[in-house]
Design a binder for this molecule. Structure first.
Ligand code: TYD
Ligand code: MG
Length: 449
């Protein structure tokens, strides 16, 4: 047999190089290039015939059929339901609950009378059945197949013609004609491309599960993002019950939409009122706790930010951040030090978002600063107040988008006061006392006086 050509492929971003490099020139990661056999040549020798393009004016839109699964939080993230022939990549850490989520989704679709093929390339049919028992999933239309040869999967799907196909996971299926190991960039890319072709040709809604892994051994879902229609990430701390499903790419809906679930003994349970859930364990009179309102997609979300300040006993002061950006925390500490006169240079500072949620929005800045100041001064923040605002380097409190919707959510959950940026003073809903502030020092004076 003729030896296949090899090349070096970055396991982080998919960059291909003819020779080994210590550092990927594309993504800048070290030690991510791994030798892989190249995909076999396509075998095309003749020049292809030209195709006939169509005018945009002549394209008729067949109404896109979108079928809600009935799992509201999942449908919301997809943009209303499953689109026939679409390909959805579901990424997430091992153990976060991807198989559970898709078994439940498959069951919903199957119960509506449509055939679903769940291909498990990691677990035996018996293992999948055990999970299904736990979830109460027993629809006769949900077909299980334990297989990791992609050609067999494609053939079975073509024969069975399911409405939905679930492949769990892309890192464990392989094409026998590609020499590299399952999970390598060449394999996951070629297998995904073949599944996308099948989905489009046969109009099968396809869900591909991919593990997000630390760079190195196995290719992550990131190299597949451009091949599929929709990319969902299932996030959450394995040790916490809450799980957040987030769309980072969606050709059939808006991105940034989130769905919130709770992992229970009977599988994933929808959390229709996440703000209330995230605040349920809040210690009301304890210093170092502040409630902020973030916007995730179209949905305002109240979360508790906790700060703990404690004297450094040895060496450099420590700073840690969980659920918020570490660099943002460090920057806010510097602003607190310089603009509000807080002495944090000899203090360890820990900031975290309660419930294992993560918040990227700058609208949480003021809440972070307030939580830290409250812990340093050992004085609690008014438990009936929410704190909303971005903090600038000069210590100014800046306006945030969609302030009105955030305030409405705070009112709905029974908050009485809101500390907001001065320029948003006009947006107060009835029943909520707003306290406009223009700089960090005045915010701190009001909140924990
Ligand atoms: P799983 O869906 O197998 O995760 P993934 O496919 O992302 O690797 O589920 C992971 C965890 O969820 C597992 O450790 C057990 C837990 N779990 C529950 O708590 N309740 C349940 O009903 C199920 C099915 C799983
Ligand atoms: Mg799994």
């Amino acid at each position: 047999m003729e030896r296949q050509r090899t090349s070096y492929v970055c396991q982080n971003c998919g960059h291909t190089s003819p020779k080994w490099l210590g550092r990927c020139p594309d993504c800048g990661e070290w030690n991510t290039l791994v030798e892989e056999a190249a995909a076999p040549p396509s075998g095309r020798s003749r020049r292809p015939a030209a195709a006939e393009p169509v005018s945009v004016a002549e394209v008729t839109l067949a109404t896109e059929s979108r079928a809600p699964t009935g799992l509201g939080e999942f449908d919301r993230v997809l943009g209303g339901g499953i689109v026939a022939g679409s390909v959805v990549l579901v990424g997430g850490d091992p153990g976060v609950g991807k198989s559970t989520l898709l078994a439940q989704v498959g069951d919903r679709v199957a119960r509506s009378g449509q055939r679903v093929l769940y291909v498990s390339a990691e677990e035996s049919v018996r293992q999948v059945k055990l999970r299904a028992e736990r979830l109460g999933v027993a629809s006769p239309q949900l077909l299980l197949l334990a297989e990791n040869d992609l050609d067999v999967i494609l053939e079975t799907a073509t024969q069975q013609r399911p409405a939905a196909l679930i492949v769990d996971s892309i890192q464990t299926v392989y094409r026998p004609d590609i020499a590299s190991a399952p999970g390598s960039v060449a394999q996951v890319r070629e297998c995904t491309a073949a599944l996308v072709r099948l989905a489009k040709d046969e109009r099968i809604a396809t869900f591909i599960i991919g593990h997000v892994t630390k760079e190195g051994a196995i290719a992550g879902p990131r190299v597949l993002e451009h091949l599929v229609d929709t990319v969902l990430y299932f996030e959450g701390d394995r040790h916490h019950a809450y799980r957040i499903l987030r769309a980072t790419k969606n050709r059939f809906g808006s991105t940034n939409e989130i769905g919130v679930f709770e992992m229970a003994g009977v599988g994933l349970v929808e959390v229709p009122n996440p703000s209330a859930a995230f605040l349920s364990e809040r210690p009301e009179a304890a210093p170092g706790s502040a409630v902020v309102c973030a916007i995730e997609g179209t949905r305002p979300l109240l979360v508790e930010i906790q700060g703990l300040v404690s004297p450094t006993h040895f060496g450099m002061p420590r700073r840690t951040a969980a659920g918020v950006d570490y660099n943002r925390v460090v920057l806010l500490l510097a602003v607190l030090e310089r603009r509000a006169g807080l002495h944090l240079g000899t203090q360890d500072v820990y900031v975290s978002v309660a419930g294992g949620v993560s918040i990227e929005e700058p609208a949480a800045d003021l809440g972070i600063a307030v939580a830290v100041a409250s812990s340093l001064r050992d004085r609690p923040v008014d438990p009936r107040a929410v704190v909303i605002g971005e903090v600038g380097l000069a210590g100014e409190v800046r306006m945030v988008p969609q302030l009105g919707r955030r305030l409405a959510e705070a009112t709905r959950l029974g908050f009485a006061r809101a500390v907001i940026p001065a320029s948003g003073a006009g947006e107060a809903p009835a029943g909520l006392e707003v306290i406009p502030v223009s700089d960090l020092s005045s915010a701190l004076r009001i909140v924990s006086s």
